[in-house]
Design a binder for this molecule. Structure first.
Ligand code: G6P
Length: 613
């Protein structure tokens, strides 16, 4: 994780760096810093904690201290060393002549540190990053050229990195490089930018150049040079950036999370547009490159993802198996990568990732590509590393998601999975009433989501009533079991309440021991084959005095007494219901966290994009 920015041009660098870091706060927020070049001298300012602390620190400086047209900045999510001021970036070499910011992990930092200490380097921080500062400085002393020095140094590193480096002897250049961590160059007029992600620079330019692994860039006010690892000149193309600056505003909502939940009806409309027209016609997925022959030959599907995307993958198992009859396994990327997995040319591997930059998922996808599997990526970021690794792509088109807790991207992933399943079925000439029903439900889903969103007052009241509980259990069965997991995850992430999702049938195999009047149990009940079964599990919880909350599209009179509270949602076919039910759980988690006064958009210890393994 961590976010990095760089600026060189004619404007006040510190303003642009701070503004850029504000838009990268979702990548980490435990400390931050900037380095500013002026008159061949580099001033470094750092602060522990939220970015505001750095802004306050900078306010205490005189204009001459921070006057500069070139600089680099960093926002940190600590991996090596405590999140304090010394470990914050930028990190500098001993003489202070070289300074850099880093996103990633240097795996062999310990042996390099020992080597550098023997040569007389004095380390001030506990970071792996400081090793790179000393190492590049050592190479610079030999080469007197920052591009050469960076290139020589990174050849000695193992791990993942994106670096922006400045040296006082090259007062007009920032040198940047990356390997397995994101970094793009924003192309301006008389100014150029570097950033981990588009939001940091979109206000200033809509043009960008993406660096490939191992490439090195030297940027100055009027020039961008890119070198391949063998130092030959590269000619990466300039690409047009997809976002509008407006997408980065809260638009009157108290938090990005609430805004993003409210965007969900439009997110569904957006993704369906141009793909699905009615219940009968074929759907179109232009970037899914699987032929009929290839689909026929698929023997198994593996879905690999992390966090909320993993929960979308679990829904995918139910949907794809039901519609295509092909067996589906779902696994956390971090588990997939360190065992002998079985995948070949008859395996379809689906990677799901909002950011398209999650390190574990990237590693897993690289592994299966080598085995010849067809890789289909479902992502919200068309330009991301995972998108670039794909054979087929499903862009979920949810728009930029700022809040660390994923909401609208989850619904968009679910919709993409329904579309993919239908697409595979139609290619195989499978025609069933279920497929027609799904298409029908998808087309009317936005209005059902709007019905929930326009009447949040009950969800809010329930949230307030239960906000003082320390533990929660979420139960469901069948296709809503992943909804229970996702509801529990949302609550944990933003309110820090201990919440666990269970398949309702498993309650009696252990978790039931925890039930008493201090334990709220939230049950998801959707009319369908498991409705009565989940209701029986609710009876079991009721008999143990647990507080029962129902999220259901129907509860008959004789069962109403079981529930302390229930939230009714519009009728929907079971198979599509996860996309509706989860909205209630997102809102419940949101209002509980808001009621408790938590930092909803930036929960402690989390980052939106996890670019380290
Ligand atoms: C982080 C985020 C989660 C997200 C997960 C996977 O943990 O905080 O919200 O679900 O990464 O991210 P991805 O971008 O791969 O979906």
């Amino acid at each position: 994780m961590c976010g990095i920015v760089g600026y060189v041009g004619y404007q006040n660098a510190v303003d642009i760096l701070i503004d850029g870091l504000k838009h990268l706060e979702y990548r980490g927020y435990d400390s931050s810093g900037v380095a500013l070049m002026a008159d061949g001298k580099i001033n470094v300012y750092k602060a522990q904690g939220k970015l505001q602390n750095l802004i306050d620190e900078l306010k205490t400086k005189s204009d001459s201290d921070i006057k500069s047209n070139m600089g680099i900045g960093h926002i940190r999510w600590a991996t090596h060393g405590l999140p304090n001021q010394i470990n914050a970036h930028p990190q500098t070499c001993n003489c202070g002549g070289l300074t850099l910011v880093h996103n990633g992990i240097i795996e062999n930092y310990a042996s390099l540190k020992t080597e550098l200490e023997k040569e007389g380097c004095k380390f001030k921080s506990q970071t792996d990053t400081e090793v790179a500062a000393h190492l590049i400085a050592r190479e610079y002393d030999k080469t007197k050229d920052l591009v050469l020095a960076v290139n020589n140094a990174v050849k000695q590193l193992k791990g993942a990195w994106a670096f922006c480096v400045m040296h006082k002897n090259e007062p007009d250049n920032i040198v940047a490089t990356r390997k397995n961590a994101p970094l793009l160059i924003g192309v301006g007029e008389n100014e150029n930018f570097l950033a981990s992600d588009i939001p940091a620079i979109i206000k200033y330019t809509k043009k960008a150049i993406y660096l490939n692994d191992g490439q090195i860039a030297r940027i100055s006010k009027n020039n961008i040079e890119i070198f391949n690892p063998d130092l030959s000149i590269a000619d990466n193309k300039v690409e047009f950036l997809p976002f509008e600056p407006l997408a980065l505003s809260k638009m009157g909502y108290k938090h990005f999370m609430l805004k993003e939940i409210h965007e969900q009806p439009d997110v569904v409309r957006n993704i369906l547009q141009d793909k699905i027209f009615d219940e009968i016609s074929d759907i179109k997925l232009k970037d899914v490159k699987l032929t009929k022959e290839e689909i026929k030959n698929i023997k198994r599907i593996q879905i690999i993802a992390c966090g909320t995307s993993l929960h979308a993958g679990l829904v995918g198992k139910y949907v794809l198996e039901e519609i295509t009859g092909i067996p589906v396994d779902v696994e956390a990327s971090s588990e997939y990568i360190y065992r002998s997995t079985i995948a070949d040319k008859n395996t379809l591997v689906i990677g799901i990732s909002q950011s398209g930059e999650t390190a574990d998922t990237i590693t897993a996808i690289k592994q299966v590509k080598k085995k010849g599997a067809h890789v289909l990526i479902i992502t919200n970021r068309n330009e991301s590393m995972l998108a670039r690794l794909s054979n087929s792509l499903l862009h979920v088109n949810a728009g930029i998601e700022v809040s660390v807790a994923a909401t609208k991207s989850y619904i968009a992933q679910l919709i993409s999975i329904y579309l993919l399943a239908i697409f595979m079925a139609q290619t195989l000439d499978i025609k069933t009433d279920l497929i027609k029903d799904i298409k029908h439900e998808l087309l009317i889903l936005p209005s059902k989501l709007e019905a929930i969103l326009s009447n949040c007052s009950l969800i809010r009241e329930v949230a307030k009533k239960y906000s003082s509980y320390k533990n929660f259990i979420f139960i469901a069965r069948g296709i809503n079991y992943p909804t229970a997991l996702e509801g529990a995850l949302k609550l944990k992430e933003i309110s820090y309440i201990n919440a666990t999702g269970y398949p309702a049938g498993e309650l009696k195999h252990g978790p039931i021991a925890m039930l008493d009047e201090t334990m709220p149990v939230l049950a998801i009940l959707n009319e369908g084959i498991v409705y009565d079964k989940v209701m029986s599990n609710c009876e079991e919880a009721y008999a143990r005095q647990a507080k029962l909350i129902g999220v259901a599209n129907h509860i008959d009179d004789k069962h109403k007494k079981l529930f302390d509270d229930y939230i009714l949602i519009p009728d929907i076919k079971d198979i599509v219901s996860p996309a509706l039910n989860v909205t209630v759980l997102q809102l419940l988690a949101y209002y509980i966290a808001e009621y408790l006064g938590k930092d909803v958009d930036q929960p402690r210890n989390l980052a939106k994009s996890v670019t380290v393994e």
